[in-house]
Design a protein around this ligand. Structure first.
Ligand SMILES: [Zn+2]
Ligand SMILES: [Zn+2]
Length: 301
């Protein structure tokens, strides 16, 4: 590896580590930390994309060299990668455009992204869209036009982490999991795994709903707040079914969206006491929910 490449990967990883730290703080409830998670993640993406270009050809990272490729692509109406390959075939000297320049300009991230994107067979265009969306968000932050959808940001960072995990693997750039610091490995692994990430976010939803239900409630009124969570029989995760106004049962799982559980308590239509709905009986043409006590005719009559 040339000196330039080593620096680029080291810097990329520093930014990723910083981003993951901020991500974790954000998920723990620090709203402001999301901003720094984005800024650092964008820096990481830029460096990785540029690094990839330098692995294609160490000179392609310089804008004067890249210009030759993009001019060729335009002239022949072919993609950037095809133009590069055509020049290579012709034994073009890629170092010639920067000869005599002691400190040549490097390409823009958009150039790097356009090049990678032209490799249609291997590069996922959804990832390119995600990268651009995150860059726009970063621009908004820098111009103070930023409204925070914290959950949306965390989900996007998860998709991008998975995207870059795959991209760096498919294009044989670096194995992220092997070079990541042990301190951030746990956060990385969660983000890299879609199921684990969504499950963690479902738990954040529960925590936030619980906090907001009790926000501003005085201690002596705590018992008046009806806030219950149930285990979800559909996805099998604990305590993820929480009150939801749009649900027909009054509860919905924050992970799988299931609304039904026999554990959800309902009031007996005769005596008004609460029981799990699975233990209730309905009477023909009269009551939907009647409790075991009210159905215990033997001991009463
Ligand atoms: Zn569920
Ligand atoms: Zn009853």
């Amino acid at each position: 590896m040339a000196k330039y490449e080593l620096d680029i990967v080291g810097n990329a990883m520093d930014s990723l580590h910083e981003s993951l730290d901020k991500y974790a703080q954000g998920q723990a409830g620090d709203v402001r930390a999301h901003k720094f998670a984005i800024l650092n993640f964008c820096h990481f993406m830029e460096l990785i994309l540029k690094h990839y270009i330098s692995t294609v050809n160490e000179n392609l990272i310089y804008s004067n060299v890249f210009k030759v490729v993009s001019k060729r692509a335009k002239a022949d109406n072919i993609s950037l990668i095809e133009a590069y390959e055509a020049l290579e075939e012709e034994d073009f000297d890629f170092s010639s455009p920067i000869k005599g320049h002691s400190n040549p300009h490097t390409i823009l991230v958009e150039n790097a992204l356009a090049y990678v994107e032209s490799d249609k067979a291997y590069f996922d265009s959804d990832l390119a869209d995600e990268i651009r969306a995150m860059k726009n968000l970063r621009n908004d932050i820098e111009h103070h036009k930023f409204s925070m959808n914290t959950k949306g940001i965390r989900l996007a960072l998860g998709r991008l982490t998975r995207g870059f995990d795959e991209f760096t693997d498919v294009f044989d750039i670096i194995g992220l999991e092997e070079v990541i610091d042990e301190k951030q490995l746990g956060v990385f692994k969660t983000l890299a795994d879609e199921y684990e990430h969504e499950l963690q976010e479902a738990r954040v939803d529960v925590r936030e709903a619980h906090e907001s239900a009790f926000r501003g409630v005085r201690p002596k009124h705590m018992y008046d707040v009806h806030w219950e969570s149930y285990d979800c029989p559909e996805c099998g995760h604990d305590s993820l079914m929480i009150p939801n106004d749009d649900s027909s049962s009054g509860y919905r799982c924050t992970f799988c969206g299931n609304e039904e559980s026999e554990d959800i308590e309902v009031e007996c239509e005769i005596c008004g006491s609460s029981w799990p709905n699975g233990e209730m009986s309905s009477w023909v043409d009269t009551y939907v929910y009647t409790c075991p006590d009210c159905n215990d005719f033997d001991s009463k009559w």
